[in-house]
Design a protein around this ligand. Structure first.
Ligand code: SF4
Length: 452
């Protein structure tokens, strides 16, 4: 909770208040929460870590899976008790569930003071002030992002590594995915605006940026003139202070060779690609409407590995998609073993509102899905362990992020390939690029020591 990057003038000074934010879901949501803090700072709200003392509690929600959505209502139930104990405390709900449900959420949880969507984040201060003044519940959800994207202030949670949104929304319509309904169509930010923001981050001491979007590989196709992610990476690569550029997450269909070349030729671009495959079976991919085949995906991986043999590749995979046969599931397992992913975010299929697959026949039982998921996780773990063991004995440069959560006497950083490395270091190394020798490896992280 350290660095502040205000990119818009303060809106309005007011009495000091406190805000607590709980964030569910992906990096986009975490980034949005940093922007909420920036916006609220303008009207006098400072972040605190204990919700019991907060004047305003915000739940930034995720709708990607049913259990994430269920969690929202159990959190709100607990927060109501805090509100009952401390009259005057306000509760706001934002993020994807709020965007999807809007007024029905307001009706379902009438003690919530503010409901706001993903498209009108910039309106949060006005909504808070309105709810405060009227003491009535306020709900505002825009159906689309504003035509001119406002630049929103931000209070970042790290002073070393920053998330920077480069594209919002998604133009695909995968048959299981609620994202296009809650995040809208693709809208890229202008390259000059992004570059200026990142130059400011570099001057502010940041060493790493992660370019964020639901589909970053589609970046720039909607700009005039058209550009692509490779252009943006090359441009940011010229900012001296930024030592590492990452990007998350992309669609295989939009990964053109120029993007791969830009990563290869830009010194600060990390050789790490997160490329969701979702299934290793062609019939399932077709029914998911992913728009590519297993062979197409393999060619993408081949292009990356031919140009960058040491690149790390991670993926997302869904198990138990409606109608997925045992053999189709095994095709995903075989692909994980064949392509040797460094990591995979696996998930049991979860039917979501507005999505065609939710109504299809052939829904698998929870037991079946979780049995497949357990098996897949064991395969992913074995493959990741095997890959990580290859790092033993190597000297790796890591960007030191801070102390390890589990072992505070140690420090942790990441390799360019996104491997977590724990090591015995010094406080002065935080924020620095440091060489370490890798001594041991488990499936999730590496241990290292400073070279003698
Ligand atoms: S590309 Fe990703 S975000 Fe877009 S619809 Fe498909 S799964 Fe959802």
């Amino acid at each position: 909770m350290s660095a502040i990057n205000t990119v818009a003038p303060p809106k309005q000074a007011t009495e000091k208040k406190s805000v607590y934010i709980e964030t569910f879901g992906c990096q986009m949501n975490k980034s949005d929460s940093e922007h909420m803090l920036g916006l609220l700072d303008d009207i006098g709200y400072s972040q605190i870590d204990d919700k019991n003392d907060a004047d305003l509690m915000i739940l930034n929600t995720c709708a990607i899976r049913e259990n994430a959505e269920d969690k929202v209502f159990s959190y709100l139930g607990a927060w109501k008790k805090i509100k009952d104990r401390r009259p005057g405390t306000m509760i706001a709900v934002g993020g994807c569930v709020a965007q999807d449900e809007g007024t029905s959420l307001q009706r379902r949880v009438p003690y919530v003071d503010i409901v706001f969507g993903t498209h009108n984040l910039h309106r949060l201060p006005d909504l808070v002030l309105k709810a405060r003044a009227t003491k009535e519940s306020v709900c505002e959800v825009f159906q689309e992002l504003p035509e001119d994207l406002p630049e929103i202030p931000v209070i970042r949670q790290s002073a070393i590594s920053a998330w920077v949104s480069i594209i919002y929304g998604c133009d695909y319509n995968c048959t299981y995915c609620i994202v296009p309904f809650v995040r809208g169509r693709e809208k890229s930010r202008e390259m000059d605006v992004i570059a200026k923001e990142i130059e400011g981050l570099g001057l502010g001491g940041y060493k790493e940026v992660t370019l964020l979007g639901q589909n970053v590989t589609a970046y720039g196709h909607d700009l005039d003139p058209k550009v692509h992610l490779g252009h943006l990476i090359e441009r940011i690569g010229k900012i001296d202070q930024i030592k590492r550029i990452r990007f998350l997450t992309g669609h295989p269909r939009d990964l053109n060779p120029e993007i791969i070349d830009a990563v290869k030729n830009t010194e600060s671009a990390c050789e790490y690609f997160h490329l969701p495959i979702q299934s290793g079976d062609n019939r399932t991919l077709r029914r998911m409407a992913r728009g590519y085949t297993v062979d197409f995906y393999k060619r993408c991986i081949d292009q990356i590995r031919t140009k960058m043999p040491n690149a790390a590749i991670s993926t997302d995979i869904i198990v138990g998609f409606p109608g997925e046969t045992e053999q189709e599931f095994m095709n995903s397992i075989n692909l994980i073993e064949e392509l040797q992913f460094d990591a995979a975010n696996t998930a049991a299929y979860s039917p979501r509102p507005h999505t065609p697959a939710a109504d299809w026949e052939g829904q698998l039982s929870q037991e079946e899905k979780f049995e497949r998921l357990r098996f897949m996780n064991s395969v992913v773990t074995d493959v990741a362990h095997k890959i990580n063991k290859r790092y033993i004995g190597r000297r790796e440069q890591i960007l030191v992020e801070g102390r390890s959560d589990r072992h505070p006497e140690r420090f942790m950083g990441r390799t360019g390939t996104n491997k977590i490395v724990n090591f015995e270091g010094q406080e002065s190394m935080i924020g620095q690029l440091v060489d370490v020798e890798i001594t041991t490896a488990n499936p999730w992280a590496l241990r290292g020591k400073l070279p003698e």
